[in-house]
Design a protein around this ligand. Structure first.
Ligand code: HPA
Ligand code: ZN
Length: 337
């Protein structure tokens, strides 16, 4: 079996994907039209041509503007189901989806509308396709901690639908320490915690995410490699990094995938995983990320296998489901090798 086919069919989990970042231009135009909203762009092609990012902020500006057409529960349902169907087609058995409630509630869409649309699609995808999923609620770090606390309080009515809270949006100048109290509150309520750190921000932000926000995993984490003590801590505690190669390339976190730190991370014994982040904006879903980085870094089938096992190890599945899925990966590896 070619390494390409092997990568495409190996069972895997995805742990870092923003549902608003799966909004394909075609669906965006369709939903805009049914909601009588006019987009700034005349065509799908025009919109795609605007996807030319120089850094994280230049992406976020377009990403938040695209999300404005999401108004009704059906919109969130359609968005989520489309992603889950795509993930299923790429042999993703389990996915942990992030959503940004403040992007919607701050323009008058009810929290309930957002979460009902997303979670109904998650339920339907499980019964129709067998794909399982968890939901992670992210706070926008460019907004205040008070706004995050308000969001957390609203979310308590839907506690059973959310596995973890996270932190995303503009990293530089908005360190994890800004959100210490809201994460303490979330931990007390029984949520797990994750945070984007070390994407554009320094290794120090990764330390803060670990020490102050008590995160179970780090989203991105690239800049952790600048700090030997931090690397040792991440290895010894096997704290997962949810790495997103095509995102890193498109947002100029790396200039060339050949320079991507993923292989270095694996060689060092870090628990790294491969994910798509915002696939509709960055040129590919999880398999395209695997394929691009495998080619650039000349990864072996053994390394792809480790990444697939890592994706389940690092997930928030219960131990028995984790073992079951890791066994599936193992069986697959045995049969094709
Ligand atoms: N970084 C920070 N915030 C985000 C990202 C990202 O890569 N994608 C969507 N929101
Ligand atoms: Zn992200």
């Amino acid at each position: 079996m070619s390494i390409q086919k092997f990568t495409e069919v190996i069972p895997k989990a995805e742990l870092h994907v923003h549902i608003e970042g799966t909004f394909e231009p075609e669906l965006m135009f369709e939903i805009a039209s049914r909601n009588n909203i006019s987009l700034q762009y005349n065509s799908v092609e025009d919109l795609k041509n605007a996807y030319n990012f120089t850094n994280l902020q230049s992406f976020l500006d377009i990403y938040y503007s695209g999300a404005k057409v999401l108004i009704n529960e059906q919109d969130f349902y359609d968005l989520t189901l489309a992603y889950l169907e795509k993930a299923h087609s790429q042999n993703v058995l389990h996915t942990e989806i992030m959503f940004d409630p403040q992007t919607h509630t701050n323009r008058g869409v009810e929290f309930k509308t957002v979460i009902s649309g997303i979670t109904n699609a998650m339920k339907d995808a499980k019964s129709k396709l067998g794909i399982t999923s968890n939901l992670i609620m992210c706070f926008l770090r460019h907004l205040s901690e008070a706004d995050a606390i308000k969001t957390l309080k609203t979310a308590l009515d839907y506690k059973d639908l959310i596995v973890a809270v996270g932190l995303d949006s503009s990293e530089k100048g908005h360190p994890p320490s800004k959100f210490k109290r809201v994460f303490e509150m979330a931990l007390k309520e029984g949520f797990k915690t994750v945070a984007h750190a070390g994407e554009e921000g320094p290794a120090e932000y990764v330390w803060e995410a670990l020490d102050l926000l008590k995160v179970s995993r780090i989203d991105h984490g690239n800049n952790s490699l600048d700090d030997d003590n931090l690397i040792q801590k991440l290895i010894s505690h096997q704290i997962p990094l949810t790495v997103c190669p095509l995102s890193n390339l498109k947002l100029k976190v790396v200039t060339d995938l050949k320079m991507h730190p993923l292989k270095k991370m694996l060689d060092a014994g870090l628990l790294a995983t491969v994910n798509s982040d915002d696939p509709a904006y960055f040129g590919g879903y999880v398999n395209e990320n695997f394929l691009a980085v495998a080619e650039a870094l000349k990864l072996t089938k053994g390394e792809i296998f480790i990444l697939a096992v890592n994706s389940f190890k690092a997930s928030f599945l219960d131990e028995s489901s984790k073992q079951e899925m890791i066994e599936k990966v193992g069986k697959f590896f045995e049969t094709v090798n």
